[in-house]
Design a protein. Structure first.
Lengths: 282, 252
């Protein structure tokens, strides 16, 4: 090996390191640009009125998105109330009985469900909730979102609880504790950081979902607290207003996008902090 | 004749189709320390896990034979009541990570939803911690989580948590195998102290430990009880050649 050959190899190594580093930086660019543009366009729409008033009719300027803010909070809240207990319990069962037939089938079902396009879940909710109840409702939207949240919650719960040492559970049982109290007082608390993280990520994921809400929650130009009636929400409002020809509505759509992005970012950041704070090492 | 608190008759245990205990009959005299020693895989852990019915929690496991506690079959006592009378400490120290030291000692009461007045709580915690020699070391940090404690302190906390339930029998499954020699020595001293109030069954693969702490020693080999007798006699004058080979280090 002469010296020139060696130098070429060194150069190749250097180049390769730089190239993979560049690609890594590249992956962060879309997010940075999204945040930059949404902030630039959206920040102008944000003021006190934006949060507390309803959208104005076409032609009038001003107005806010109070209906969609309330709607998104209510829809996601009801979805969480349905999905979180079911998801956690299913995750507990699957980590407690990892190899039986129920768990194996459930694991497969969860994987497939995770890959089902959200629009299909929307159609499913339309069929099983909207049609039987006779109309669009916020509840049917929550139902669709709950279905979408389940896989993430179940999987993170199962994975976290599998890392809880078996001996910890046995020690609790050896103190004479009944099984269900061992689960609720020892096993779940020991895995709480992972479970909370899963729930937060699931919430963050479905908060921005538009497709499942198209023919379930439907949207509503007015403020609505009743979950059996159609309800406005941020993603649908963005979709409708951004595709409209009106400048004022575009402004509201950018503002709503900004709120949505900030919400999702905050959830992601808090879930990371939650993991750091409550993580228990075994 | 000693008064036996716990007796097994022809006890057999399986994991799936694999019989790991082949009919062991043994009696445990009250307020004694009984060591069970033997090479890895001889069934000593499985054997004591049968005594508090933890073994049966393993899927597809099975036991056969009789076990009596105070002349009553343990199978006629609800498992959760039995486990309060026969406490167990495991190989690795494992205080409950989400609970404070104080709550760890009371974990048995909390997990069984037994209500105590705060005076009773303080008394139980202080007694259990004093009896395990931890009180002076942790009395100022009772309401912190126990993860800053050393391994040996954590193991003593686990023993405190077990004796807080006032069991009759204490099962110790290789309680010092993950500890440094000094911490292990403290646990051994503690075991000797505790026999005034409890009957202690300790599983160990450390012969010196068996010799130091126990009154009686049993030698298990391949799921059978080879020899059982006074510790002095087992170590100085074993009757069975397998026991002799084991204690002279010809196999381990």
């Amino acid at each position: 090996m002469n010296e020139i050959g060696l130098n070429i190899r060194k150069l190749k190594n250097k180049t390769f390191t730089v190239v993979i580093a560049l690609f890594t930086i590249l992956t962060a660019l879309p997010l940075i640009f999204i945040i930059y543009y949404v902030f630039r366009q959206g920040i102008a729409a944000i003021n006190w009125q934006f949060f507390i008033t309803l959208p104005k009719p076409v032609g009038e300027s001003g107005g806010g998105i109070a209906n969609a803010l309330l709607g998104t909070v209510l829809i996601v809240l009801v979805a969480s109330v349905m999905a979180v207990p079911i998801g956690i319990m299913a995750g507990v069962y699957m980590s407690e009985n990892p190899d039986n037939r129920i768990s194996r089938s459930a694991r497969l079902a969860v994987e497939v469900l995770n890959g089902v396009p959200s629009i299909v879940i929307g159609i499913f909710a339309y069929l099983v909730v909207v049609i039987p109840t006779g109309g669009f409702s916020s509840f049917s939207g929550s139902f669709a979102l709950a279905v979408m949240m389940l896989p993430l919650i179940i999987r993170t719960t199962e994975e976290t609880l599998q890392r809880v040492p078996k001996a910890l559970k046995e020690s609790a049982l050896a103190l004479g504790a009944p099984y269900y109290r061992v689960i609720f007082k020892v096993v779940i608390p020991s895995g709480l950081s992972g479970i909370i993280n899963g729930v937060m990520l699931a919430v963050a994921r479905v908060t921005g979902e538009t497709a499942p809400l198209l023919f379930t929650a439907f949207g509503n130009p007015y403020l609505n607290w009743n979950i059996s009636k159609p309800m406005a929400n941020l993603p649908l409002l963005i979709f409708n207003y951004a595709t409209s020809p009106y400048k004022n509505w575009h402004r509201l759509a950018w503002g709503a996008s900004l709120i949505l992005i900030i919400f999702v970012l905050l959830l992601n950041i808090t879930s990371r902090l939650a993991i750091k704070k409550w993580k228990i090492r075994f | 004749m000693e008064n036996s608190i716990l007796v097994t008759e022809n006890l057999k245990a399986w994991y799936g189709d694999n019989e790991v205990i082949h009919g062991i009959s043994m009696s445990f005299p009250q307020n004694h320390v009984i060591a069970i020693m033997g090479p890895s895989g001889c069934g000593k852990s499985t054997f004591i896990r049968c005594l508090n019915r933890i073994h049966e929690l393993t899927p597809s496991s099975k036991t056969e034979g009789r076990i009596r506690l105070d002349d009553e079959s343990i199978y006629s006592i609800p498992a959760i009541m039995l486990r309060r009378r026969i406490g167990m400490v495991f190989q690795k120290p494992n205080p409950f990570p989400t609970m404070s030291i104080f709550d760890n000692v009371l974990a048995g009461y909390k997990l069984n939803n037994i209500k105590l007045s705060s005076d009773e709580k303080d008394e139980i915690v202080e007694n259990a911690l004093r009896n395990t020699g931890l009180w002076e070391e942790v009395k100022d940090s009772l309401h912190q989580r126990g993860n800053f404690l050393s391994g040996g302190q954590q193991q003593r906390l686990c023993i405190a948590r077990t004796i807080a339930m006032k069991p009759e029998v204490l099962l110790l499954d290789e309680p010092t195998s993950s500890l440094d020699p000094i911490s292990a020595g403290k646990i051994e001293d503690l075991i000797v102290d505790l026999k005034d109030n409890y009957t202690i069954v300790i599983v160990t693969h450390n012969m010196q430990q068996a010799g130091r702490v126990s009154d009686k020693t049993a030698f298990f080999y391949l799921g059978r009880l080879i020899e059982y007798g006074k510790t002095d006699q087992i170590f100085t004058n074993p009757k069975h050649s397998k026991t002799q080979n084991y204690i002279t280090g010809r196999f381990s």
